[in-house]
Each structure stands twice: as structure tokens, then as C-alpha cells.
Design a protein around this ligand. Structure first.
Ligand code: ZN
Length: 76
């Protein structure tokens, strides 16, 4: 969907190696922080929860466009 953007940035204020995932769309923004040391599966679940929470909190369906793309990144 045009205007839907998932950004991943380091989150040094949270702790070394932490990453903040932020999903922005025309309806709102949703973010989550993934702490270092977890498993790839744990990070994948956290991101899936972020996408679902975004749609629930903003009453939109924007994350559906990102799910296939995200799944490919998570397996890389
Ligand atoms: Zn949205």
C-alpha cells in the first residue's frame, strides 16, 4: 500500500544492540523494540505482533501488504 513504511533503527537509548521497528501509515504509527540476545523466531513473532497491533490500534489493514515481505526478510 502506498504510504506504508516499516523502518528499523538502532535504539541505543534502550540498550546496546536493541532495535526499534516502526510502522507508519496514513492512519498512525506503531512501534516496538526488540532487545538483543533473543532468537530469530522471537524477533519474527515480535514483528508479527507489531503488524497486527498496528492494524488493530489504527483500524486499518496496512500491515497486510508488508507481511509477505517481512516473512522473506525474517528468513534471510
Ligand atoms: Zn495503517
Amino acid at each position: 500500500m502506498a504510504g506504508t513504511n516499516l523502518v528499523v533503527r538502532e535504539a541505543p537509548a534502550v540498550g546496546p544492540g536493541s532495535r526499534r521497528y516502526r510502522l507508519d501509515c496514513a492512519h498512525g504509527s506503531t512501534s516496538a523494540v526488540v532487545l538483543p540476545g533473543g532468537s530469530p523466531l522471537g524477533e519474527q513473532i515480535a514483528l508479527q505482533m507489531l503488524l497486527l497491533r498496528h492494524d488493530r490500534d489504527n483500524g486499518c489493514r496496512c500491515s497486510r501488504e508488508l507481511r509477505p515481505e517481512y516473512a522473506g526478510v525474517a528468513r534471510a
